[in-house]
Ligand binder design. Structure first.
Ligand SMILES: [Zn+2]
Ligand SMILES: [Zn+2]
Length: 253
């Protein structure tokens, strides 16, 4: 098993030291996770201690470490995002949409965007950004592809067409989808992506990774019973892995 989207520095909560990384590895081992990918938010790029990462990777015997990064996809920022994606020797780069019109959609303390925008239009703008991020060619993985549902502000209209269109774009672009259990810890109480969205990916042969989006060591592998049950019931039998920006062997679930 893998956990390929998680944060050690998180929101500048702790330094990236060998000890802190190995604490995450210890939790991973205890939960049967064999590969851990550290993917800090790009705005904390300067907090990534590559020396500590390499030392921890050498020291960690039971859990293989990978280095990724989670880039906050903002249309118009292509040059900056491209530069960040080449800054360090990442094994893979996650593109995640957190914003519509540069405003965050997942900030618990400021949900005003959901009042100011018509919900259906907000969803359309969100998924348009997800399609753009996939088709940009800058990322190997698309993070939590339906994050917009986080606070349960759902449109009354049927969103199936926009999900289908987004699944088509993701399939066409060849990126991998992040099946991310953090949604279980949010008001929506549901994995990203939803079952029906995941079914669309499966029908289109889109590979997946699994992740907890942990922001603390005890969240590594959190919610995995539910994630594994979900992906298996949809039909998935394996998860993708990466090294040096290449997709390498898949691991059985
Ligand atoms: Zn994210
Ligand atoms: Zn994250």
């Amino acid at each position: 098993m893998i956990d390929y989207h998680l944060h050690v520095v998180a929101h500048d909560d702790r330094p990236m030291t060998v000890e802190n990384i190995l604490e995450y590895c210890g939790v991973a081992k205890s939960r049967g996770i064999k590969q851990l990918g550290i993917t800090e938010h790009d705005r904390y790029l300067d907090k990534i201690d590559i020396g500590a990462f390499v030392e921890a990777r050498d020291k960690s015997k039971d859990v293989a470490l990978r280095l990724g990064i989670e880039i906050d996809y903002v249309s118009g920022n292509e040059e900056e995002m491209f530069n960040i994606s080449g800054e360090l020797p990442y094994d893979y780069v996650i593109g995640s949409v957190h914003r519509v019109d540069k405003r965050e959609v997942d900030r618990a303390t400021d949900q005003s965007i959901y009042e100011e925008y018509e919900t259906y239009e907000l969803y359309e703008a969100y998924f348009r950004n997800v399609r753009e991020s996939a088709l940009s060619g800058m990322f190997e993985v698309i993070g939590h592809p339906d994050l917009i549902k986080i606070f349960r502000h759902a449109p009354d209209e049927d969103i199936t067409p926009m999900l289908e269109e987004t699944a088509d774009a993701i399939a066409e672009s060849g990126v991998v989808v992040d099946v991310n259990s953090a949604g279980l810890r949010k008001p929506i109480g549901e994995i990203y992506p939803s079952r029906r969205f995941l079914e669309m990916f499966f029908e289109r042969d889109v590979p997946i990774i699994l992740s907890s989006d942990a922001h603390a060591a005890n969240e590594v592998g959190a919610g995995y019973e539910e994630s594994i049950q979900l992906v298996k019931s949809v039909g998935y039998r394996e998860v993708a892995t990466f090294k040096d920006r290449d997709r390498i062997e898949s691991l059985s679930l």
